[in-house]
Ligand binder design. Structure first.
Ligand code: PHE
Ligand code: NA
Length: 441
């Protein structure tokens, strides 16, 4: 059977953007910012995305396009030797991330439905307690388990049919919708009384804070950088493997990083003014930050429920297109390596992932436990091994592949390889060490 390919170059970019933009930008980002001291985190995060995430993304791209294989087979062929086992880690990471990602996806779905009943809506004056209470009710329990099951069922349904059309369509609608709806909400947030205080908190970093807290800032920024760009577990290898022509991968990477970062920054411009105006300390808002802030703002807005419906529907689509990429790593592996039928592979993996995520619906502490483990430990571990295997083992082929569609890179190619070989790898190893020691505490 011929391997699937993207219909067009833009199809590939959209799919990668669809994977990148997700709960990582909209749910996880504001919650990481608030847990790691606001603007100080922003500085570290932006540095990670640009100096580590971008070169790492190019490395994943070249492996995928060169080998035209799934993440497991791709790295085995590209680097060989003991690196052949690395793919097993990718599949494991996909299972872990999707297992709790789907639980959060279920919360979002619950808010889509809740837009009709209006249960979550308050006003910034008295609405914050209502919004907080509502979040408390829906974030754990039997209903949460049910919505987790529904989310996974939708993921299985879409991926079983084949990803190409679904993803391309989803992203063509989703990305413009996010910019439009979030743009409106950001303007609204700008008019609120707490906006000034929020911008200072979010956008003006305090060097003293960074120096005093780098031991938790560094692994948090590394984890968020990999998570948000879908790096460290072969998603970008898998997606680039469906490319059938040689275009400029660096340019594609720039677009993907820019769109993804833009959405995160705008999300912060919405969430923090609302939290400050409602008198909620961001540091205590935790994984509910997004839900509580949006829900308490909607009561103030004309057509609040309508806006809420569009907002959460868009977030749902963003989450779905990322979830698809997570399970696709597992599914493409099963199909390529074991010739398992797509429908069977998707269903079995999906059910296992549902079961792994079930404990997360019992208590919010599991959200943290799974999330920090996945982002700060697993993705950074996957990322550092991936970067070593690409740039130390087979650098010539990596540069050669990147040059297709760009032309002779000269010194820039060498710079890219050495940048990944030493600074990126060293910073990731430090992040990993700090992440592990922080996690054990
Ligand atoms: N990048 C996705 C997000 O920000 C999450 C993700 C992580 C997807 C890792 C695939 C792989 O929501
Ligand atoms: Na993202």
């Amino acid at each position: 059977m011929a391997r699937e390919t993207w219909g067009t170059r833009i199809g590939f970019i959209l799919a990668a953007v669809g994977s990148a933009i997700g709960l990582g930008n909209i749910w996880r980002f504001p919650f990481q910012v608030s847990q790691e001291g606001g603007a100080a985190f922003m500085v570290m995060y932006l540095a990670f995305v640009l100096l580590i995430g971008f070169p790492a993304m190019l490395a994943e791209f070249v492996v995928g396009r060169k080998t035209e294989l799934n993440a497991v087979g791709g790295i085995r062929e590209f680097a060989g030797g003991m690196w052949s086992y690395l793919g097993g880690l990718f599949v494991f990471i996909g299972f872990v991330i999707l297992s709790y990602y789907s639980v959060i996806g279920g919360w979002v779905l619950r808010y889509v439905v809740g837009s009709f009943t209006g249960g979550y809506v308050g006003t910034t004056a008295e609405g914050a307690p209502v919004a907080q209470q509502y979040f408390g009710q829906i974030s754990t329990g039997m209903d949460t388990l049910l919505f987790h099951a529904i989310f996974m069922a939708i993921v299985i349904g879409v991926v079983a049919v084949g990803v190409k059309q679904g993803i391309e369509l989803a992203v063509k609608v989703m990305v413009p919708a996010i910019f439009l709806i979030f743009g409106i909400l950001a303007v609204y947030a700008f008019t609120l009384g707490g906006a000034g205080q929020a911008y200072a908190y979010y956008l003006s970093p305090d060097l003293g804070y960074i120096l005093a807290n780098w031991k938790s800032l560094v692994p948090a920024a590394a984890g968020q950088g990999f998570f948000t760009l879908s790096l460290g577990m072969g998603v970008m290898i898998t997606y680039a493997s469906y490319l059938d022509s040689d275009e400029n991968l660096a340019l594609d990477g720039v677009s993907i990083v820019a769109l993804n970062t833009g959405i995160s920054i705008i999300t912060g411009l919405i969430v923090f003014p609302i939290l400050f105006t409602a008198g909620i300390d961001p540091a205590t808002s935790g994984p509910g930050a997004l839900f509580v802030s949006i829900a308490s703002a909607l009561g103030d807005l004309p057509f609040g429920r309508g806006v809420g419906f569009l907002f959460f529907l868009t977030v749902f689509i963003a989450a779905l297109s990322s979830a698809i990429s997570l399970i696709e790593v597992v599914v493409s592996y099963a199909i390529d390596e074991f010739q398992i039928d797509r429908i069977k592979a998707t269903s079995v993996a999906g059910i296992a992932i549902f079961l792994l995520g079930a404990p997360v619906t019992t208590d919010l502490v599991f959200v943290d436990l799974y999330d920090i483990f996945a982002a700060q430990i697993l993705l950074v571990l996957g990322g550092v091994l991936l970067m070593i295997s690409i740039t130390w083992v087979n650098a010539d082929q990596a540069v050669e592949e990147l040059q297709k569609g760009i032309g002779d890179l000269g010194a820039l190619g060498t710079l890219w390889i050495w940048m990944v070989r030493i600074p990126v790898v060293v910073v990731l190893l430090i992040s990993l060490y700090l992440g592990i020691t922080g996690y054990i505490e």
